[in-house]
Ligand binder design. Sequence first.
Ligand SMILES: [Zn+2]
Length: 285
Amino acid sequence: MYWEPQLQMMCPLCKTNVEVDKEEETFRYEDVCGSTVGSWKHICPNKDCILHKKKSFWNDHGDFYSGDLGFKKARKLFPDDKYAALNSMAKRHEVEIYGKGLKRKIYLSEWWTLKILKPMIEFKYKGDDMGNVLGRTWKLRWLYKSGNQDYYGTYYTSPIVHLYRMLKHTRRDIKRYKKRKSLYDLQEIWRWFDMGVKTGWDRKLYRWYFNTFHKKILNYSKNFVDFIEHVRRNKHNIDENFVRFWDGKLPYDFSVNDYLLKEKCKGSYMDNLIRQRKLERIIND
Ligand SMILES: [Zn+2]
């Protein structure tokens, strides 16, 4: 049930190998995605170590739980908030994800672009399980003032790059739909197509491309999204006309009736359909 750590974790303060707490073996916590997971409690066995005295512990990944140690005291003991156990995933994340104690950004003057964009250099670090920095890469990013922001806080992507990404994304979705025929993919295509590129010449180009080369799937996709919306609104009075209308607009291998039965729609049309299906089943058996 619980995941055994592969590495021997160590107390970051006194470098003693941590041990699983025998009295209170496990506890539950929420992970990054918000789901509840179980873990062993790893404590520092060194009786002189303040983390032992204050009943602090780490989970299987090396994340720190302060126990009776106060927040202020903890911050004083660990410069740059590096609480994670040595030899753990959390220790590596301190470098690679959070960049604790490291320079992560350098802002340059917006006057280079006459105050349109603010250049910024963003650093990414490579680390190991002991929290050592192994290497660094950098990337030039551009920031702009979005909406009524009075500071440069939003990443800028040029329309050409954005258009390229969106084309790639939507094309990938279409390809995936053709392969798996999943209705979820069909919904996704319209969602991306509708929201992807908001305004301007790049939107025109984007729309032109898909309307020219993928019109059929695009229509199916839009119709399917509309169909779901209509079913949700008219769940209790579905009639023959409704079914005939949507049957003509959706992919030929999609059965409107099956979908309505699955969604447990009500009304006289649906009662007849259910009766009919029962009869068919009896005859087939
Ligand atoms: Zn210790």
